[in-house]
Design a binder for this molecule. Structure first.
Ligand SMILES: [Zn+2]
Length: 214
């Protein structure tokens, strides 16, 4: 989140159980969003002036700005800045990366796990960058299918590896809270390039992530 720090932004920090949370906000944007949320509260039949709701528009505005901070990030640049030359040519897997995103149709959360693998060809990347790339795309309005292919394409284009695999398993609150109300359904999407298009390599990856949905 600090990749493109704007000095005009406000920074709030609080340390909770050793976890440092840094949120940055743009005050003008927060004001416009808060005004819009105040209108929404009125439209649903609430009174935005009652005590419990007084600070709600501002809280929701800050929350939305945090939940969509991926628009301010440049995932390709993140990978390029941590790309190293290395002769390793075995599969590198980062599994169980938590994702929290918002579906672009209802702006309701979808959340679950992403599993990402690549087979390097002369270049590797600092391993912590993979979850950051996942987050940079997830923290936007998304559909799960596009999230999956954007992560794949970003790794493919910046590292030019022998292959990339991305699997995402997620619960969609727009399905669970409304619509068809399927409480426990999991949506799985996958995207592969290069050597992962070969059955043997793909099966090895799928058995290593230990999932049976695919
Ligand atoms: Zn939806």
């Amino acid at each position: 989140m600090n990749d493109e720090f704007d000095p005009n932004d406000m920074v709030e920090q609080n340390s909770l159980d050793g976890y440092l949370k840094i949120d940055k906000y743009n005050p003008e944007k927060i004001k416009r969003l808060s005004d819009a949320y105040e209108l929404i509260l009125r439209e649903i039949g609430e009174n935005p002036l009652r005590e419990g709701l007084l600070k709600t528009p501002e809280r929701v505005a800050k929350s939305l700005q945090f939940l969509t901070h991926g628009y301010d990030m440049n995932p390709e640049q993140m990978l390029l800045s941590a790309k190293f030359r290395e002769d390793y040519q075995q599969m590198v897997i980062v599994k169980d990366i938590e994702i929290y995103s918002l579906c672009e149709h209802h702006m309701l959360p979808f959340f679950g796990k992403a599993h990402v693998a690549y087979i390097p060809d002369k270049h590797i990347v600092g391993i912590s960058k993979i979850p950051r790339v996942v987050d940079a795309y997830a923290r936007r309005l998304q559909v799960q299918e596009r999230l999956t292919t954007q992560i794949r394409d970003c790794i493919e284009e910046t590292l030019k590896p022998l292959g990339v695999a991305v699997v995402i398993e997620a619960h969609h609150l727009c399905m669970q809270m409304r619509g068809i109300q399927k409480q426990n359904s999991v949506t799985t999407t996958s995207a592969f390039t290069g050597e992962f298009e070969n059955d043997r390599t793909r099966s090895e990856f799928i058995s290593l992530i230990g999932k049976r949905y695919i």
